[in-house]
Design a protein around this ligand. Structure first.
Ligand SMILES: [Fe+2]
Length: 511
C-alpha cells in the first residue's frame, strides 16, 4: 500500500502537527479582504536576516544534500488550509522547521513567522525513476502539517530546515522548502513566481530535470514532480545556499523585496494559480518574473482572457511562455503536482526550424503563439548576455529615467531574452533593442516592447531574465554571471522604468 500524505512519522510529530502554529509577529490581524496598507503594516514588523541558510553540504552527487531535505504539499496555499511537510534526514537527526515570510522588513528581507518541532527525523526513500517519462516522484511520509494562520499575508514563504546535532562535536546542516501563500482579494500588483520552471530545471536526486533525457535536452514526454526536494540550482550560478528554494532566491526575490520596500499593494501567486483567469484579473497589473518558461496552455488562455478583460501585464522576464507543459495529478491523486514537456508555444519558422530540429529532435509546436500575450517570443539563439539599450527615449516608460536613445544599461540582458516582435500587433512600440552574445560569441538580438490592450490597458515586455536584478539586492543575494557578462545590481533607471509602468497600470491610464 502506498503511504499517503496524511500518514505521519510518529505519534510525537502527529501531536505537534495537531497544535496550530502561532505567528510571532504581533497582534495586527491581516484580513484576507483587506487592501492597500496591510503590507506596509506587515513590513513594519520586526525583520531578520536569519531566513538565510548558514551551513549547506552537497553530499550526494552534485546537487543534493541528504543530510536534511524536504518538500511541501502545495505550490500555493490559502490561509486556513493545511500544508504538509515531507522531510528526510540521513543520518537520522532531530530537526526544526523555521518558517519565514520574505519581504522588505527594513532591509532584513524576512520575518520569522513560527518554529515547528523539534521532530524525529528519518531517512526517506529516493524513488526509482519511471522509465517511460523519467519521473522521480517521492511518496514520503508527512513529518508534520501546518494550518496557515489567518493573519499570514500572501507572500513567498521559506521553511528553513535545520538538523539538531547529537553531540557538540557535530555541526548542524540546513536546506529550504518553499511555497506561496495566496489570497483572493483585489490587489494593485499580482506577482507570479515561476515555479514550473524551477521544477523543470530541478535535477534532484541525480540528474532528473526535463533536460537530461538521453534523446536530447528538449525531448518531449519527460515529466517532473513537485513531490521532491529542489536540489541545488545547476546552471548560470553557483549558490548552494539557495538549495531547496528553486530559482526564487536567484532572480525573483529582488522584485518582492523592492515592491514591498516601495509600499506597493502586492499579492503573490504560483504558476498553478494561473490556471484560472480570476486569480490575476482581481489585480490591476500582473507581473511575470525572471525565467517563466514552462506553462500549461490553460495558463496562456487565462492570461489572454485577463488581458482581454483589461488587465495590465508586465513581463519582467526572458524565455517565458515557451514550453507547453501540462499539469497532471500525482500518483496519490493530488492535482497539478506533475508537469511534462509536450511541445512548445508558437510556430517554428525560418532558420529556427533547422535550429530546433537540431536542438530539439522531435519537439513540435503544440500551443498558440506566445506573442499573442507577450508581444515578443523566445528566439534563436535562446541565451546570451547583452546591454539593455534604449530606442524610444521620449516614451512615457522612460520618463524621469534620464535615458536617451542609444544609452545602455550594462549587462541587464541575460541569460535568456525575447525578440521577433509580433508583426500583426497594432500599436506595438519598441522600447529597447540590441545584441546578445551567446557563449560569448554567437550573436543574437533581443527586443523590449509595449503594446496596448483592448480596454485601455497595456502589456510590457522587458525581454530579460535579469530585469529584477536591477531593482534591488536583498541580503545574501548574489548578482548572476552568465555568457561572460552580468548585470550590475540595483540601477535607478530600472527602478524608475518599473515604477512608471506600475504606477500607470495602477492608475488605469492605458498605453
Ligand atoms: Fe530557459
Amino acid at each position: 500500500m502506498k503511504p499517503t500524505r496524511r500518514k505521519f512519522l510518529s505519534q510525537s510529530t502527529a501531536a505537534a502537527a495537531a497544535t496550530p502554529a502561532v505567528g510571532l509577529g504581533g497582534s495586527t490581524a491581516f484580513s484576507q479582504a483587506s487592501a492597500a496598507g496591510s503590507l506596509a503594516e506587515e513590513n513594519a514588523k520586526k525583520g531578520t536576516t536569519d531566513w538565510q541558510l548558514t551551513r549547506v553540504r552537497i553530499n550526494e552527487g552534485k546537487f543534493r544534500t541528504s543530510l536534511i531535505e524536504g518538500y511541501v504539499s502545495h505550490q500555493s496555499i490559502r490561509a486556513g488550509e493545511k500544508l504538509d511537510f515531507f522531510i528526510s534526514t540521513k543520518p537520522e537527526r532531530k530537526f526544526t522547521i523555521d518558517v519565514y515570510r520574505l519581504g522588505f522588513y527594513e532591509g532584513k528581507g524576512g520575518r520569522h513567522m513560527t518554529q515547528l518541532g523539534p521532530f524525529e527525523g528519518k531517512a526517506q526513500a529516493v524513488p526509482e525513476m519511471k522509465p517511460e517519462n523519467r519521473l522521480r516522484e517521492c511518496e514520503w511520509e508527512a513529518t508534520t502539517s501546518l494550518e496557515i494562520p489567518a493573519d499570514w499575508p500572501s507572500g513567498v514563504y521559506l521553511g528553513k530546515l535545520t538538523t539538531i546535532p547529537e553531540s557538540p562535536s557535530e555541526p548542524y546542516w540546513q536546506s529550504y522548502t518553499i511555497w506561496v501563500v495566496r489570497d483572493d482579494r483585489p490587489a494593485d500588483v499580482i506577482v507570479g513566481v515561476s515555479d514550473n520552471t524551477w521544477q523543470a530545471y530541478n535535477q534532484w536526486p541525480v540528474a532528473e530535470s526535463l533536460y537530461t533525457d538521453p534523446r536530447g535536452a528538449h525531448a518531449p514526454g519527460v515529466a517532473v514532480s513537485f513531490d521532491r526536494p529542489y536540489g541545488k540550482y545547476t546552471q548560470i550560478t553557483q549558490q548552494p545556499l539557495s538549495i531547496g528554494s528553486g530559482e526564487f532566491l536567484l532572480w525573483e526575490f529582488q522584485i518582492a523585496f523592492w515592491l514591498e520596500q516601495q509600499g506597493y499593494d502586492v499579492s503573490y501567486v504560483s504558476n498553478v494559480d494561473l490556471l484560472e483567469a480570476k486569480s490575476i484579473s482581481r489585480g490591476k497589473v500582473f507581473v511575470s518574473v525572471a525565467h517563466d518558461e514552462y506553462w500549461d496552455v490553460k495558463q496562456f488562455h487565462a492570461v489572454d482572457e485577463a488581458i482581454r478583460g483589461g488587465l495590465n501585464v508586465l513581463w519582467l522576464c526572458g524565455n517565458s511562455v515557451f514550453i507547453d507543459s501540462p499539469f497532471a495529478p500525482s500518483s496519490s491523486g493530488e492535482p497539478n503536482r506533475i508537469i511534462s514537456r509536450r511541445g512548445c508555444f508558437g510556430e517554428l519558422r525560418g532558420d529556427e526550424i533547422e535550429s530546433y530540429a537540431r536542438i530539439f529532435d522531435t519537439l513540435k509546436s503544440t500551443a498558440p503563439d506566445e506573442r499573442k500575450i507577450m508581444g515578443v517570443r523566445s528566439v534563436v539563439p535562446f541565451n546570451g548576455g547583452g546591454d539593455w539599450t534604449c530606442r524610444n527615449g521620449d516614451h512615457w516608460v522612460f520618463e524621469g529615467a534620464g535615458m536617451e536613445n542609444g544609452e545602455s544599461i550594462p549587462g541587464l540582458v541575460g541569460w535568456e531574452h525575447h525578440g521577433e516582435p509580433d508583426p500583426d500587433r497594432e500599436g506595438m512600440e519598441t522600447l529597447a533593442e540590441g545584441k546578445v552574445w551567446a557563449g560569448g560569441k554567437r550573436e543574437g538580438k533581443y527586443t523590449s516592447v509595449i503594446f496596448p490592450g483592448p480596454k485601455d490597458n497595456f502589456v510590457f515586455n522587458a525581454s530579460t531574465v535579469f530585469w529584477n536584478c536591477g531593482l534591488s539586492q536583498p541580503p545574501g543575494i548574489e548578482v548572476p554571471y552568465s555568457h561572460f557578462s552580468r548585470p550590475h545590481g540595483p540601477d535607478e533607471r530600472v527602478q524608475r522604468i518599473t515604477k512608471n509602468l506600475l504606477d500607470r497600470a495602477i492608475a488605469g491610464k492605458g498605453a
